[in-house]
Design a protein around this ligand. Structure first.
Ligand code: SAM
Length: 259
């Protein structure tokens, strides 16, 4: 049985496509995905031919670039509408990607991958640790996983605004977004594209994670940490303080499955 969080999050992304990158082959997005690939532990050459899973692919722009670079991509998302959008994008660019509607917390694809990318997804699930465990079960020995999560010590300013908006509009994403998009009082909030704004302020559920927690989660699943971004600048508490001061609210951790 699906829970309330899953239903709310699925319904949210049905109505509000994310990330909806306008130019997936544009320089900025290509550079971002290039960095992600290197953090993951691959290179533009080594990703070619690799079987990779984009878990929680959203509107599919990352999967698209990975396929374009020669990876054999499977992309899943819990939200059928998101999968349809991603499928449409891949078709428009003649990329062969295998798509499926699937919940990462119950993932069972009957196959294993050389690489798994799960960016901005676990913190919208009811069970981020359980979902990570399911993902690791789909990784080949020596396979590489990268997750992107909200940092527990940052995003404070967004969280305050988000809580206020959720209280004022009784958690209704439609009303929150209408306020942000049209109300003159919300003008100072409009510092990013609309998809970024609704992902920032209107998503029905998000959780926040520490570096220590993610290190533990990796260790418990036999994953050795390979890279962390933004940069680590000392013990975890100091690093997270640095991220807080730099306003870095999202972090990536990648690792390799030991056996
Ligand atoms: C913030 S978007 C991230 C999209 C993409 N990974 C990216 O980096 O741009 C979150 C996506 O995770 C999906 N999602 C949320 N919960 C999920 C779950 N339990 N299983 C699979 N996908 C899920 C949502 O439908 C949405 O498309």
């Amino acid at each position: 049985m699906r829970g309330q969080i899953t239903d709310d999050v699925t319904s949210f992304y049905s109505n509000y496509p994310y990330p909806s990158i306008r130019f997936p082959f544009g320089k900025r997005h290509r550079q971002f995905v290039g960095k992600l690939i290197s953090l993951w532990g691959f290179s533009p050459e080594s990703i070619r031919g690799k079987e990779v899973l984009d878990a929680g692919c959203g509107t599919g722009e990352k999967a698209l670039l990975l396929a374009h670079m020669g990876a054999q991509v499977t992309a899943v998302d819990i939200c059928q509408k998101q999968v349809e959008r991603a499928y449409g994008l891949a078709k428009m660019h003649n990329q062969d990607i295998h798509f499926a509607v699937a919940d990462v917390t119950r993932l069972s694809l009957n196959r294993k991958f050389d690489g798994i990318l799960c960016s901005g997804v676990l913190h919208h699930t009811a069970d981020p640790h359980g979902a990570f465990r399911r993902l690791c079960a789909h990784l080949k020995p020596g396979g590489r996983i990268i997750v992107g999560l909200y940092n527990a010590y940052s995003r404070v300013h967004y969280r305050v605004v988000r809580a206020a908006l959720r209280t004022a509009f009784r958690g209704d994403p439609g009303r929150i977004m209408s306020f942000i998009a049209h109300n003159p009082f919300a003008a100072p909030l409009r510092t990013a594209s609309l998809p970024t704004l609704y992902d920032r302020y209107a998503v029905p559920h998000e959780s926040y994670h520490t570096l220590g927690e993610v290190r533990k989660m990796f260790a418990e699943n036999g994953i050795e940490v390979h890279a962390i971004s933004p940069e680590v600048c000392g013990p975890d508490t100091i690093t997270q303080l640095c991220w807080l001061l730099q306003g870095k609210s999202f972090f990536f951790v990648s690792g390799v499955k030991l056996s």
